[in-house]
Structures are given as C-alpha cells and as structure tokens.
Design a protein. Structure first.
Length: 399
C-alpha cells in the first residue's frame, strides 16, 4: 500500500500506485461502485500503459457497516480517510429516528472537508429541459461545515426549546417569534474563517483553471449578519489576497442574491463560471444546475480540505432502493466523481480518457435507461453493460 503525502502547503505527492479507500455504499452503491472502478482502472491502464495503478482498499460505512459491525461509521473508516487522504464513496443510508443525523455531514464535519465541489457541465447527446444546456458550465463551491447543516436545533415542546426561547425572550429581548409555544428553533452559524477559506479556495480554483469570475451567492439582504457577513468577508479576502489578479482583469469578483441567481442561472447561465455560496444555498443551487444539464445522475461531487489535503469524492444521489439490484441505475455520477478524483491526483490524461468515452457514448445514444429514453436514437444499456461499453470506448481510442 502506498500513501499519498501532503506537503505543508496542501500540495499532494502522489505515488504511481496510491491506495484509495472506498466505501461501496448502500442500495445502488453495490452496482455503481464496481462500475466506477472498472472504468477508472481501464482509463489509468490506457493512459499510462501499466506504469500507474489505483490500489483500491474497501472500508465500511452506512447500512452495510451497521449490519456487519453494529455502527454506521466505524472509527477505522474515518482513520483510513485521514491516513490515505483521498477516498471515494457510493451513496449511504442514514439511520432514521436517531443516531447520526447524516453520514455525509458526519464525514464532512469530522474530516473538516469545508468545500463541497460540484462542477456542472452538459454533454452532447444528453437531453435537457432547457433550450441551451451547453451554456451551463459552472463550478459550485459550497461551504460544507457551517450554516444550518451544523445541526444546532431544538424540537418544539422539548425542555431545550423552551429554555432557548426563554433565553431569546428574557436575555436577548427577542419579540419576533410569532408562535413561541409551538416553535422549533435552529441556529445558523456563519464564521469569518469559514467564509474566507471557502472564497479563497474558489478564487484559487478560478485562477488555476483560467476561469473569469467568482460569484458570491447569498441572501444577505435578509440575513444581514450571516449571509451578509459571508458576502462582506468574501469580498475582503478576495481584495486582500487576490487584489493584483482583480486589478489586472484576470479575475472578477461579484455577488448575487440567491433567488436572483436561481433565475439568472436559467436565463443567462453564461454569466457565471465559479460560484461560492453557503451550505443551504449550495444544496439548492447545485441540484438545480444539475437538472439543467440532464439530471443528478450525471452530477459529480467532492468534499475537500485544501489545507490538509483530505478529500472524499462521492455520488451526489441517494441509495435509490426502489431500483437497487435491477441493473438499471446510472453510474455516471460516481464515475464522473472518479474523474474529479483523477484530476485532483494530477492524473489528467486518465481523466480525459473517461470524459471522451462518455462524450462519444452519449453522442451516439448509448446510456442507461434514464437518459437513453429521451435521446432520439437512444440505446438503453444496463449498469454493467454501460460500464463495459465505456471500457471498450476507452481501450479502442487512439493514444
């Protein structure tokens, strides 16, 4: 097993056979994870002729972990992601009625993976509900550890909710709670540090990838000290640390109210390239943009800490128990998340092999049923068959 090293500045030192911890996942994870591995293995073989290889190491989380080990998130799994820095996972079941609120949130917060990175682009041949999906080409930087996803809530009728309201009313003079006796309460923490490191990462990404702008999406007109603070701190860190790039025109920093952005993303998506936003806004925005290019089935995602070098790449959809085991699920979300992982490792040649194979396949009408049924000449393939098709496309391509 070969470990990826992380330099003090967060730069990765990647061996030719890095060990990659992976979680198969629950539900359809059992189908899409082997498909992803099969496609990535073929791309690495094609790109590097056997001189590089991904060394897969399975770790447990979710429902399958609970059945085998009695816990949804074993300590050994968290430690593996810390030790090996880069991992990938399928969709996970979150327990209902107690315990961990969300396994995804637990992983992000436990490893301080403060960036949820969601690139969104259209592939020729994929049918979209909008007229010009080719104009959608954005990268979403969603803050991953704060906002209402911090999980600070108290349920109506509980002693904690009553105590919290007494504090608001008696100590803070809050009189705006309309129905205090039946209200639940939540707290939305947004920090300067959390906002700055997200916007800093977004600016660095834009400059490294030759992208023209970073847009701060917020609801600061209403939540003036949380969302408004995010906007203010975002501008400040951009001016302080990227002032030269801004002055030279290499980078434009702008902002947009969240509801206006949702409209603009439909009417003029070409105005946006990199988007930095808080946790809840980012959840809405990334899924809405995915719909514009064909759906969440082809939407990849990653959770990254650019300082520690830790990152987990993931399918952005759920476990889909209604179709699990039927060989019909679209594996592209996890495959494309694997492409993101290859790029993150610096293995861009292998990443390009997968993307080119997908582009050729979609253009020719080859896809799983969820996409193929809308294509004029669609040829629906099962999950396994689609992975085999991509491997064939990768291996027969010219070097």
């Amino acid at each position: 097993m070969s470990k990826i090293e992380v330099k003090p500045d967060g730069t990765l030192v990647v061996p030719h056979n890095p060990t990659i911890p992976f979680v198969t996942g629950d539900g359809v994870g059992v189908e899409i994870t082997p498909a992803m591995q099969q496609v990535l293995n073929a791309a690495v073989e094609k790109a590097y002729g056997g001189s590089r290889k991904l060394d897969w190491m399975e770790v447990q989380a979710g429902g399958r972990a609970y059945e085998a080990l009695g816990t949804y998130l074993p300590d050994e799994t968290m430690q593996a992601f810390r030790d090996y820095h880069i991992g990938i996972k399928g969709p996970l079941t979150t327990p209902v009625g107690g315990g961990i609120r969300s396994l995804n949130v637990a992983l992000r917060q436990g490893l301080d993976l403060y960036v949820c990175l969601r690139p969104v682009r259209w592939y020729s041949g994929v049918v979209s509900p909008v007229k010009h999906p080719e104009l959608v080409d954005m990268v979403i930087f969603r803050e991953n550890t704060e906002d209402i996803y911090a999980g600070i809530e108290w349920e109506t009728g509980t002693p904690e909710a009553k105590k919290f309201y007494r504090f608001l009313s008696e100590e803070m003079g809050v009189k705006k709670v309309r129905f205090p006796e039946s209200s639940s309460f939540g707290v939305k923490p947004v920090s300067r540090e959390g906002s700055e490191r997200l916007v800093r990462a977004a600016c660095q990404y834009a400059l490294s990838n030759g992208l023209p702008s970073v847009t701060l999406v917020h609801k600061g007109n209403i939540m003036k000290y949380t969302e408004g603070g995010f906007k203010r701190w975002g501008y400040e860190v951009a001016e302080r640390e990227f002032g030269e790039a801004i002055a030279s025109g290499k980078l434009v920093i702008k902002d947009c109210i969240a509801d206006a952005f949702l409209q603009n993303a439909l009417l003029k998506p070409e105005d946006y390239s990199v988007v930095a936003t808080l946790n809840l806004n980012g959840d809405y925005v990334s899924d809405m943009l995915a719909a514009q290019v064909g759906g969440i089935g082809i939407a990849p995602g990653a959770n990254i800490n650019y300082a520690t070098g830790n990152a987990i790449f993931e399918a952005t959809h759920g476990t889909a128990p209604d179709i699990a085991g039927r060989n019909v699920v679209n594996p592209c979300s996890l495959i494309l998340s694997g492409v993101m992982m290859l790029v993150h490792l610096g293995w861009t040649e292998a990443a390009a092999c997968v993307e080119q194979a997908l582009e050729r396949s979609f253009a020719a009408g080859y896809a799983t049923a969820d996409l193929a049924r809308f294509m004029p000449e669609g040829k629906a393939l099962g999950t396994h068959e689609f992975a085999e098709h991509l491997v064939s496309e990768i291996m027969k391509a010219e070097a």
